[in-house]
Design a protein around this ligand. Structure first.
Ligand code: ZN
Ligand code: ZN
Length: 325
């Protein structure tokens, strides 16, 4: 992102605080990507064709003398300054982990970012923060940038009018041009979703597409019957009635249409429906009983149905792919 872009752009959405914290989720996760990167560097830049045995992909554990360490740090800096990012990363990587100074973790992270190996960049910036031992906002920004690139680059390619940026104030989604009224800027389909337990009875929604199943009569409660008929018709004009479609075999799931019912049945409900698996009755009863929601354990942002749906979807996906072979 350039400074000019930032000046031209309009802030679209404020800081996206819902993106989860990153610090612990990739510990031990990037070792293969790092090994692959090192092998790639050895083969393509250094013309060395060592195989992928552990010896070949693990940096030497021997301790370097201070003079050699200084020399290696200097060489990594020079390669980085010369924009030879693969070689610079290799120089950083050759320094044993315990001896890598802050500067080397930073250069390693910068190189990986340039090489677009964002998961490894994240790990190196994270280690830099760890070595730094103080709140370094510059490093935090670099870590977040690597993380955003890792998770969102794919989306940003498909939606070129938006950008996700991070600075000392936090993360935000920005528009890169003026967006016309009604124009879609970003669409995504959740892999799995479930209504939060505390809203199930207050504001029911289609279990497949989340369309609200509230009717004006339910929403206005006793006031509805006392309203003049003309007012009722006016409300209904902007609140078209929905015909509820329950599961054909149980009363626990509601849908807005036959299409949504079938989609739920095919993707997860044929496993979770108590008619097929009576044990799941307990799960539906748990969700229906708001009193058991304990603050901090089953609070309003969670539903155990998410996990149940996810597992059922995986099982059905496997079954379908085995059967189709
Ligand atoms: Zn629906
Ligand atoms: Zn059912």
């Amino acid at each position: 992102m350039s400074g000019d872009d930032a000046n031209d752009d309009r802030t679209l959405v404020a800081v996206a605080n819902d993106l989860p914290s990153t610090m612990n989720q990739f510990v031990g996760f990037t070792s293969k990507e790092e090994s692959d990167l090192i092998l790639h560097i050895r083969r393509t830049v250094l013309h060395s064709d060592e195989d992928s045995t552990n010896d070949a992909i693990t940096a030497s554990a021997s301790t370097l003398s201070l003079a050699i360490l200084d020399f290696k740090v200097e060489r990594a800096k020079q390669k980085h300054a010369a924009e030879s990012f693969e070689e610079a990363f290799y120089e950083c990587w050759k320094i044993p982990q315990e001896q890598r100074p802050l500067e080397i973790w930073k250069i390693g992270g910068e190189c990986c970012k340039k090489l677009r190996v964002f998961a490894v960049a994240q790990r190196w910036f994270s280690e830099a923060i760890h070595v730094c031992r103080s709140n370094n906002s510059d490093l935090n920004v670099k870590l977040e940038q690597a993380r955003i690139a890792r998770f969102f680059n794919n989306y940003l390619t498909h939606y070129p009018m938006i950008d996700i940026r991070v600075d000392q104030r936090g993360k935000g989604i920005y528009s890169k041009r003026v967006i016309s009224p009604g124009e879609d800027i970003f669409t995504d389909i959740p892999l799995v979703h479930a209504q939060t337990v505390d809203t199930l009875s207050i504001s029911p929604a289609c279990a497949t597409c989340t369309t609200s199943l509230l009717t004006p009569a339910v929403y206005f409660e006793t006031t509805w019957s006392r309203m003049p008929e003309k007012l009722q018709r006016q409300i209904e004009e902007y609140w078209p009635p929905i015909t509820l479609v329950p599961c054909s075999f149980c009363p626990f799931e509601l849908y807005c249409s036959e299409t949504c019912r079938q989609q739920a049945w095919d993707s997860y409900h044929k496993i979770l429906c108590p008619s097929a698996n009576p044990e799941t009755m307990e799960l539906f009863q748990f969700c229906a009983n708001r009193q058991i929601i304990v603050r901090g354990t089953w609070n309003s942002i969670f539903s155990p149905m998410i996990l149940a749906k996810l597992i059922a979807m995986i099982v059905l996906h496997v079954v379908n792919s085995v059967q189709s072979k």
